[in-house]
Design a protein around this ligand. Structure first.
Ligand SMILES: NC(=O)c1ccc[n+]([C@@H]2O[C@H](COP(=O)([O-])OP(=O)(O)OC[C@H]3O[C@@H](n4cnc5c(N)ncnc54)[C@H](OP(=O)(O)O)[C@@H]3O)[C@@H](O)[C@H]2O)c1
Length: 359
């Protein structure tokens, strides 16, 4: 397989750093350009990072001395250097929308972690194990943008990457109502305990915009490509409360679910055990071998013990039991900056390459 040349837009941020570490030895992708704000542009990557580097491993040697480009001023130059870019920037929503469209119109596909285009009907929002068929909307998006290669594909919000993977395969039983409370790590806000000391020994019961995303984005994943757009599903109905908890990495969800045709506990466990998606069929390099992992112990999954399962790309589930008001309840866990952000985006890019959309 040929090596694709890629860029990281927002390379100095929390998600951008994850991209850098994941892509350091990637079998299909080679990072050839890094970009960030004008504050970082013109500096070596290691100098632009300064003390901002928060990964466990050192800054990748192949990137440390790269001169960081300006993500906005250098669009055309960056587009000419790469096959596609990953994008994770902290800018205003309308600015991100415009920036991502500029890259796409410069014939540079964008694999985005940002929320700006998640609601755009012809922009696929893909979890490669669940709705890989949504890639089919890309030709319609290219037509709207007037491009041959360029398009935008987005990742969903990190909060739902624990409960949507667990619920989606249960669709055959008719998932009707879902109540979920999420317990979200501080890295989801681009923070560490050093940069956000108020989070030590604390819980904050509000994450701006998160509950809306947690309730609405699943409906796009359950949606169908119809003509030139993705039509959102009308159900399941989701209600969510999202809490920030004093955890570095790993979002947990506590889920209550009601079905049209209530399955047995064994049927649910069997479905999770047997579930494989397009990512596993295609044996994509970042795909976990076992996507959904059920733990039988009462005190599992635990954030510290399971968040890194299969390189942080697998979902951990536990405590499935009947409920007095809903049919069942359970807990689930995913790594928010791996599966939930950079890792999920890399897996989506692998899918897009394997399906021929990056050629
Ligand atoms: N953290 C997560 O778990 C997570 C999960 C899913 C999605 N996301 C999304 O990913 C995006 C980035 O999140 P993050 O946590 O990585 O944020 P972050 O740590 O604050 O990093 C932000 C990045 O954006 C760059 N940037 C800021 N202003 C810019 C500008 N005007 N032009 C170009 N680049 C600019 C920064 O560059 P400088 O260093 O030069 O300022 C930095 O590289 C956000 O949209 C966020 O919602 C985050």
């Amino acid at each position: 397989m040929k090596k694709y040349k890629v860029g990281i837009i927002g390379a100095t941020g929390m998600v951008g750093q994850r991209f850098a570490t994941i892509l350091e030895n990637h079998p299909w992708f080679e990072v050839v350009v890094l970009a960030a704000s004008p504050r970082s542009a013109g500096k070596k990557y290691k100098d632009a990072l300064g003390s901002k580097w928060v990964m466990d491993t050192p800054v990748p040697a192949s990137m440390a001395d790269m001169i960081v480009k300006d993500a906005t001023a250098d669009v055309e130059k960056i587009a000419s250097m790469v096959d596609f870019v990953f994008c994770a920037v902290d800018m205003k929503k309308d600015e991100i929308k415009a920036l991502e469209e500029r890259y796409a119109k410069a014939e540079c596909p964008v694999v985005s972690n940002n929320s700006a285009h998640r609601g755009t009907p012809d922009v696929p929002m893909i979890v490669p194990e669940l709705n890989a068929d949504h890639v089919k909307v890309i030709p319609a998006q290219r037509k709207r943008l007037g491009t041959k290669r360029g398009f935008i594909a987005v990742k969903s919000n990190c909060s739902l990457q624990s409960y949507v993977p667990a619920l989606f395969p249960l669709s055959k039983f008719g998932v009707e109502d879902v109540l979920v409370c999420t317990y979200q790590a501080i890295s989801g806000a681009g923070k560490t305990f050093d940069t956000w000391p108020e989070m030590v020994d604390n819980v904050i019961p509000y994450i701006g915009g998160e509950e809306e995303k947690s309730e609405q984005e699943p409906l796009k994943i359950w949606g169908k490509v119809e003509g030139d757009k993705i039509v959102n599903a009308a159900s399941p109905r989701f209600t969510a409360q999202c809490l920030r908890v004093p955890v570095s990495n790993g979002h947990m969800g506590a889920v209550f679910v009601r079905f049209k045709n209530k399955p047995s506990k064994e049927e649910i466990l069997e479905t999770w055990k047997d579930f494989k998606g397009r990512a596993q069929e295609l044996q994509l390099p970042s795909a976990p071998k076992q996507f959904l992992n059920y733990f039988t112990e009462d005190n599992m999954p635990q954030t510290k013990l399971q968040r890194n399962l299969e390189g942080g790309m697998a979902i951990s589930i536990g405590r499935l039991r009947e409920d007095t008001q809903y049919d069942y309840k359970f807990v689930c866990l995913s790594h928010n900056t791996l599966r939930g952000a950079a890792g999920g985006a890399v897996l989506m890019a692998e899918l897009l390459c394997a399906e021929g959309y990056m050629d």
